[in-house]
Design a protein around this ligand. Sequence first.
Ligand code: COS
Length: 380
Amino acid sequence: MDFSLSEEQLMIRDAARDFARTELLPGVIERDNLQKFPTEQVKKMGELGFLGMMVDPKYGGGGMDTQSYVLVMEELSKIDASCSVIVSVNNSLVCYGLEKYGSEEQKQKYLTKLTTGEKLGAFCLSEPEAGSDATSQKTTAIEDGDHYILNGTKNWITNGGSADYYLVIAQTHKEKKHKGINAFIVEKGWEGFEIGPKEDKLGIRGSDTHSLIFNDVRVPKENRIGEDGFGFSFAMKTLAGGRIGIAAQALGIAAGAYDMAREYSKVRKAFGTEICNHQAIAFKLADMHTSIEAARNLVYKAAWDKDQGNDYDMSGAMAKLYASQVAMDVSIEAVQVHGGNGYVKEYHVERLMRDAKITQIYEGTSEIQKIVISRGLLRD
Ligand code: COS
């Protein structure tokens, strides 16, 4: 086994680390407080090539591997998980979905703008009654000549208010159940497409989460992705890669919280010495570091599987399940190491603790990951 990173991977990791420290850290508390979308930072991430990392350069992408993407996600998430989820959705759900399954016309028209940051994407699967139970889509897309007519509501959509292009999953042939579902590219501003109010969230408050309402929105047939009835499969295949991105986000949150706890423990004194000299704190650091290393190995393995062309449904699900638990555990312990200061926004760790929780929920809850893993184990 070779765990070493290439020169190129180290360079992109360091670029993300520098960017996170210089561009994300300064305003992160304010953005969290005010639920302010990081418009300027997203623009800069587009310029740095973080928004279409794995896409072929002929569509404006970086042509990089999944490992590089995971490294960038990890570094950004150490500081600002609200920014990293924007990167994750745009890369692994929207750009990946379009590059892998879109038509050449769709790639030329939409993908080339999404990779550069000129436009931002959103992935719209969840509904008020179809979150985990994703086959129960109530949004309909009914054929009408050379268009589909879209009606329904989507919930908890990341980049909901800020995106330009939306990949929307909807039911076309109800009687065919999941085999009658389609995925469509919908543009902001089309008649009948309304953006609902912004959600007031526990964490990742800089990211922009909305419900979306579709009232007789006319979508041209050429905006359907893949063959008729491919939509559910499209969503599942795309989400399998998305989960690697969220696993890397969880890993970054844990690593960021650990770094802060370690630094703090070396300067804060109690009972006449730095608190890291007390075994109660040193053992916490040992446990945190060990679990982060285990999570990192699972996340890198899932990325490696994807890069090798191996099946990554299970390894991605295992990485997300484990890394998201580690993000919760480590961030709670980081607050504890900081004592009273851990409860204060200025010290950052309380934000990381709030941000960690969503990694156990979105792109498939931990319970859904266990379904994916156990079904994979029991498949003949
Ligand atoms: N890749 C390709 N196809 C897949 C797939 C995958 N990873 N997982 C499932 N499918 C296919 C199945 O093969 C099946 O198709 P066929 O009948 O043609 O074989 C179809 O999808 C339905 O699968 P299944 O019967 O297993 O569906 P279930 O209703 O039992 O649900 C889970 C499957 C739970 C895995 C799925 O609904 C899921 O992932 N839910 C969570 C969705 C999610 O992540 N929501 C968050 C929203 S995005 S923030």
